[in-house]
Design a protein around this ligand. Structure first.
Ligand SMILES: Nc1nc2c(ncn2[C@@H]2O[C@H](COP(=O)(O)OP(=O)(O)OP(=O)(O)O)[C@@H](O)[C@H]2O)c(=O)[nH]1
Length: 327
């Protein structure tokens, strides 16, 4: 979890304790529960999609390219009996760049801060070295219960799902093993239940109706990055970063927000790919991002999107910090 995330987690807990009240009783007579969960798994196994489906709205961007998620984003699930705060993590992988290393240490620090961990393995792919690497990491986590989730069951036959459940249950010591599909809404209530079961009793940590505590500016940057990832060559996604420099309501207008953002690439050749012939691609990225941002902010948006080359930013500590990836 980022430093900001860890602080927020502690503050939430302190708030609940300072109030010194026992958790309220729910209508079924049980005590209200609240706490944090995180999903872990190889890149592209469906962690963000599952979180979005549980929260019921789009708080983390998803894409068919691995390693889409670079930040820990919280989605908040409000239920009559509990509040479940989900921390999204980048897929764990063997680091090749400084960016990769920082992502991995982010994931490791998250594991020690949550009440329950969801380990995601897709139903439609062989259990492989990547899954075993993560299972071995999870074996070091002593106190936190881990629920294994076999995701994307809609892409596999019943037989395959059954076999995968068996293989996944042999990978480690899991509190539960649950098959589910975010795409076809299969067993999402069960996933919610098994995670909530492992939360401590406590007061709600966030106000009712709040779905994420990710600052809007970061969510806007993520939406632009998502639009920029569409349809580019496979190697490019890891080279794109987006920073929203300014975001404010246009003077004298309460229905229009001006967003000024920079899209960073690593090399001049990549700039050409993103801009496209006669600027057509960048224009298209801007249009698609603007529609998503308007939906997020609930207002009209003027998006000023410019592109810059930040040479080898993934390997340069100074540039990584500027783009928001802290040590
Ligand atoms: N058919 C199907 N596709 C899914 C399901 N869940 C996720 N996907 C797809 O799988 C791809 C990856 O999903 P993400 O949610 O971005 O995966 P992730 O594990 O968060 O990926 P990283 O951010 O790279 O770690 C996307 O194209 C999703 O649409 C599912 O239940 N069924």
């Amino acid at each position: 979890m980022s430093e900001r995330g860890v602080r927020a987690t502690q503050q939430c807990r302190e708030y609940a304790t300072i109030k010194g009240v026992t958790s309220p009783q729910t209508s079924t007579g049980t005590r209200f529960k609240s706490g944090f969960a995180c999903f872990i798994g190889r890149p592209n196994v469906g962690k963000s999609t599952l979180m979005n489906a549980l929260v019921g709205t789009k708080v983390a961007i998803t894409s068919s390219k691995p390693q889409t998620t670079r930040r820990t984003i919280r989605g908040i699930v409000h239920r009559p009996d509990a509040q479940l705060v989900i921390v999204d993590t980048p897929g764990l992988h063997k680091p090749r760049t400084l960016l990769g290393e920082r992502l991995d240490s982010l994931v490791r620090s998250t594991l020690g801060e949550v009440d329950v961990i969801g380990f995601c393995v897709p139903a439609n792919e062989q259990v492989g070295p990547g899954d075993r690497f993560i299972a071995a990491e999870l074996a070091q986590v002593k106190r936190t219960p881990i629920v294994a989730m076999v995701t994307k069951t809609d892409l596999a036959t019943h037989q395959q799902v059954a076999e995968q459940l068996l293989k996944v249950s042999r990978l480690g010591e899991w509190a539960d093993v649950v098959p589910c599909s975010a795409e076809s809404n299969f067993q999402l209530d069960v996933v919610g239940d098994v995670l909530v079961d492992r939360l401590p009793e406590g007061m709600p940590l966030y106000p009712e109706g709040e779905l994420t505590d990710e600052p809007e500016q970061i969510m806007v940057a993520e939406l632009i990055r998502e639009a920029a990832l569409e349809g580019v060559r496979d190697e490019l996604p890891h080279s794109i970063a987006v920073v929203v420099e300014e975001m404010k309501a246009r003077e004298g207008r309460d229905d229009l927000v001006d967003v000024h953002a920079w899209l960073y690439v690593e090399r001049p050749s990549q700039k050409g790919i993103v801009i496209g012939p006669k600027g057509a691609r960048l224009k298209d990225v801007g249009t698609r991002a603007r529609i998503q941002i308007e939906a997020l902010l609930g207002s009209k948006v003027y998006l000023d999107l410019r592109i810059k080359v930040a040479k080898d930013w993934q390997r340069d500590p100074k540039q990584l910090r500027r783009l928001g990836f802290y040590d």
